[in-house]
Design a protein around this ligand. Structure first.
Ligand code: ATP
Length: 238
């Protein structure tokens, strides 16, 4: 088997005395869509933050494309194609939508490619096109979430990590976000998704991991997990 694009082994992260992540093991292979599910406070966001260099690891190992990410700053990981769409908004509030999209591509030099990709984003998210010159900070929460995702895609990530991309969104906007996730996945992008709506996430994913109290306690093919009675009871509200 080829080596995983992302490999997490025995990850531990603590905030002061609070052990938020105790033992996470997870692999993401090139081209896969992997979802990490689990109840509130299980340590999912913290796992993603450690993966993108936003919080230090206390123990364990994370490697991206075969190299340890220990001590590598977030901006360098971003330059290597490891990109995270954080939970919540995180757009540049005082820039327009178009400027936000251009910022997403700031490491790219292909002017024509960037222009074409902005048009592509406007095709995917017509709402952003209608509001191209509006300041991002004045958009609704859902619109900002779409912009955050579009901006991340503008950087042409190799591994896109998404933390709760549908948080607080209407059912219609949630559907749009999942359509985008499925599309970029079918185009070959590697994706790691943390999502409250475990059912939607598992329906879209190739494989899933379940986290509880700081540990990964289960993993498998997403379709098998959807059929698993324990997963259904604990995480799918069935
Ligand atoms: P949710 O689904 O509710 O977002 P989560 O699985 O993403 O939860 P985390 O946000 O990773 O969980 O939080 C894991 C634990 O770490 C929680 O107990 C949380 O209170 C704690 N925690 C998170 N961030 C910090 C912080 N900056 N300082 C102290 N404790 C934190």
């Amino acid at each position: 088997m080829t080596q995983p694009m992302l490999s997490i082994k025995g990850l531990k992260v603590a905030y002061g005395g609070i052990q938020a992540v105790r033992n996470v093991d997870m692999d993401v292979y090139e081209g896969e869509l992997v979802t990490l599910i689990g109840s509130n406070g299980a340590g999912k966001t913290t796992t993603l933050k450690a993966t993108t260099g936003m919080v230090p690891m206390k123990g364990g190992e994370i490697s991206y494309r075969g190299k340890s990410i220990k001590g590598v700053p977030s901006w360098e990981l971003l330059a290597q194609g490891l990109v995270m769409v954080p939970e919540g908004r995180g757009v540049f509030a005082r820039m327009t939508i178009t400027e936000n999209l251009q910022m997403g591509a700031y490491l790219r030099n292909d002017k024509e490619g960037i222009e074409a990709d902005i048009e592509k984003m406007f095709g995917i998210f017509p709402r952003l096109k209608e509001r191209a010159t509006q300041l991002a900070g004045t958009m609704s929460g859902g619109e900002q979430q779409m912009l955050a995702m579009a901006r991340a895609l503008m950087s042409k990530p190799k591994l896109l990590i998404m933390d709760e991309p549908t948080m607080g969104l209407s059912p219609a906007m949630t559907k749009t976000i999942f359509e985008v996730i499925r599309t970029v996945s079918s185009e070959g992008m590697t994706l790691l998704l943390v999502e409250q709506n475990a059912k939607l996430a598992l329906q879209a994913a190739d494989r899933g991991y379940v986290m509880s109290s700081g540990e990964t306690i289960m993993n498998g093919k997403a379709s098998d997990m959807l059929d698993d009675e324990e997963v259904q009871k604990a995480y799918l509200g069935e």
